[in-house]
Write a protein that binds this ligand. Structure first.
Ligand SMILES: Cc1cc2nc3c(=O)[nH]c(=O)nc-3n(C[C@H](O)[C@H](O)[C@H](O)COP(=O)(O)OP(=O)(O)OC[C@H]3O[C@@H](n4cnc5c(N)ncnc54)[C@H](O)[C@@H]3O)c2cc1C
Ligand SMILES: NC(=O)c1ccc[n+]([C@@H]2O[C@H](COP(=O)([O-])OP(=O)(O)OC[C@H]3O[C@@H](n4cnc5c(N)ncnc54)[C@H](O)[C@@H]3O)[C@@H](O)[C@H]2O)c1
Length: 466
């Protein structure tokens, strides 16, 4: 039976970063992956959706007719779009495979990496089985990182048939642009997919928002900004609407929506896509064989990245990424994986500080977020002030003829106000978010922002004016 220093279960950003960091410490590592190398970080997730977003944004630029240019006969081929997206995913997967091969057991004298394809299940705290297509293998290790990620949540009473009623995992299997599409769920995935399909202008996009605004966890002004942009891009948003049922007919789906106001609406679409959150992949891991119970949300509780068993750390089994119940982001998964490997190697590490966590949301225009928003600060009863500045006043935005955007900086209510959070919407909003994350991390006051030179003309100049 093969024995390793570390077995990583799952090859997404959490698992792969844990493995790569563990390699630095000379460990003999095996990565076990049941589906796609790179997990949702690559396939049916972050990279594929962002590739499709970029293509759709290019198409939207090419389709403009208000800038003095006009393309002759613009058309888009869905098959080619999907091929390009899969190409991008494969490019990344082959980079990862090359890294694995570079450090294969046969070649590497110190640390080594191997990849086993199959589904892992704990037999006891030091043993797993890996079930592949044709065989089951038993492996042992001194340490484990569970990085099995998450999968799309099922909508109650709605069967996903993976052809017409689909989730984000099925997007790349579509054969053509749907003429009409309903997206159920107006969180990040729902709004990003609505942006992509409305950019291509081949699909009538309906977005079901069970609340009265999209992105329910964001501040009202930010949600309204996103809502308005989606509508301006042609998306039909059904606010305060609830899905009663979908009736399947050979050539269409009949959707019945019930609104909070009491009225109902029947609409016809070709594809319905469910995007109502993601649930952790714990159920097939054999957690009971290691004395671990998943939380009510199906996640694994951790302390210092160690899995908790009966309130105690099992200090040779770690968990990282979406499975851990923290914010489901690539960067968080990658960070947690790296720190788990450092714990395993007993290397002095630093605690993960989520206060300057940042994220980009790929809408039109993009939305960037770092730190807390007003809603969270009100919940935590933290006194704060808000500075707001419109891109309408920024020369670069004017030059781009693209002034739909803003920056909103949230600071503490102190004499020297510290930056607590920021939201920015507009072109290139992603470009300056990391500098704000640094300022939050360093506990800097707003004054620091004003001491910096800003290149002109740049969208970052928006800071100087807040
Ligand atoms: C459509 C979409 C778009 C996204 N866009 C972004 C984005 O733009 N930015 C961002 O920060 N985040 C984005 N995310 C979220 C991000 O992809 C996840 O937070 C991240 O991939 C989580 O990493 P992970 O390693 O924890 O899990 P995953 O990436 O889910 O990887 C887990 C892996 O474990 C494997 N696995 C599960 N169970 C087993 C088992 N028993 N045995 C063996 N293997 C197993 C799975 O097959 C999978 O490959 C997006 C997600 C989706 C779905
Ligand atoms: N750019 C990014 O950073 C990015 C992109 C995509 C996904 N992600 C990550 O993936 C996670 C999952 O994305 P998501 O959009 O699926 O989840 P989400 O939590 O962002 O949003 C889920 C949405 O579905 C709604 N909802 C829940 N149950 C519902 C029901 N029964 N009927 C109708 N609506 C319902 C919620 O009100 C919410 O609006 C995100 O939380 C995010 O962390 C990040």
């Amino acid at each position: 039976m093969k024995e390793y220093d570390l077995i990583v279960i799952g090859s997404g950003p959490a698992g792969f970063s844990a493995a790569m960091r563990a390699l630095d410490f000379g460990l003999k590592i095996c990565i076990v992956e049941g589906a796609h190398l790179g997990g949702a970080g690559i396939m049916n997730g972050a990279l594929t959706s962002k590739t499709m977003y970029e293509l759709s944004m290019d198409y939207a630029v090419a389709a403009r007719t208000d800038r003095g240019y006009r393309s002759g006969s613009l058309s888009v081929d869905f098959e080619m779009v999907i091929k390009t997206v899969i190409h991008a995913a494969k490019e990344k997967q082959y980079q990862m495979l090359s890294q694995i091969e570079t450090f294969s057991e046969e070649k590497s004298s110190s640390g080594s990496l191997c990849l086993k394809k199959g589904w892992a299940k704990f037999v006891d705290p030091y043993t797993i089985t890996v079930t592949g297509h044709d065989a089951t293998e038993t492996l042992k290790a001194k340490n484990f990182v569970i990085a099995t990620g998450a999968k799309p949540r099922k909508a109650p009473g709605l069967e996903i048939d993976h052809e017409r009623i689909i989730n984000s995992d099925d997007l790349l299997s579509l054969k053509k642009f749907p003429e009409r599409m309903l997206i159920i769920g107006s969180g990040i995935i729902g709004c990003e997919i609505a942006t992509i399909f409305s950019n291509f202008k081949q699909t009538e996009v309906h977005l079901l928002d069970r609340a009265n605004r999209v992105l329910p966890y964001e501040d009202d002004d930010v949600s309204q900004f996103v809502s308005k942009n989606l509508e301006d891009n042609g998306v039909i948003i059904h606010h305060t609407a609830h899905l009663r049922t979908i009736n399947k007919y050979p050539d269409h789906l009949e959707v019945i929506l019930d609104y909070d106001a009491g009225n109902s609406k029947v609409i016809e679409v070709d594809v319905a896509l469910v995007a109502i959150g993601r649930v952790a992949n714990t159920e097939k891991l054999g957690l009971s064989n290691i004395g671990v119970q998943a939380t009510e949300r199906g996640t694994i509780e951790i302390a210092d990245h160690c899995v908790l068993r009966d309130g105690n750390n099992i200090c040779h089994i770690y968990a990282a990424g979406d499975i851990s119940g923290h914010t489901q982001l690539y960067s968080v998964a990658e960070f947690q994986g790296r720190l788990a490997a450092e714990q395993i190697a007993d290397t002095p590490s630093y605690p993960l500080d989520y206060s300057h966590m940042s994220t980009l949301m790929f809408f039109k225009p993009e939305l960037a977020s770092v730190g807390l928003n007003e809603k969270q600060l009100r919940e935590k009863k933290i006194a704060h002030k808000v500075a707001y500045y419109s891109n309408k006043l920024v020369n670069r935005a004017i030059a781009m003829r693209s002034t739909n955007g803003f920056i909103k900086i949230i600071v503490s209510n102190e004499e020297q106000p510290r930056i607590l959070g920021m939201r920015a919407g507009g072109p290139q909003a992603s470009a300056y978010i990391v500098s704000v994350a640094h300022l939050i991390n360093q506990g800097n006051s707003l004054q620091e922002v004003l001491k910096i030179f800003y290149p002109h003309p740049s969208l970052a100049e928006v800071f100087r004016n807040v």
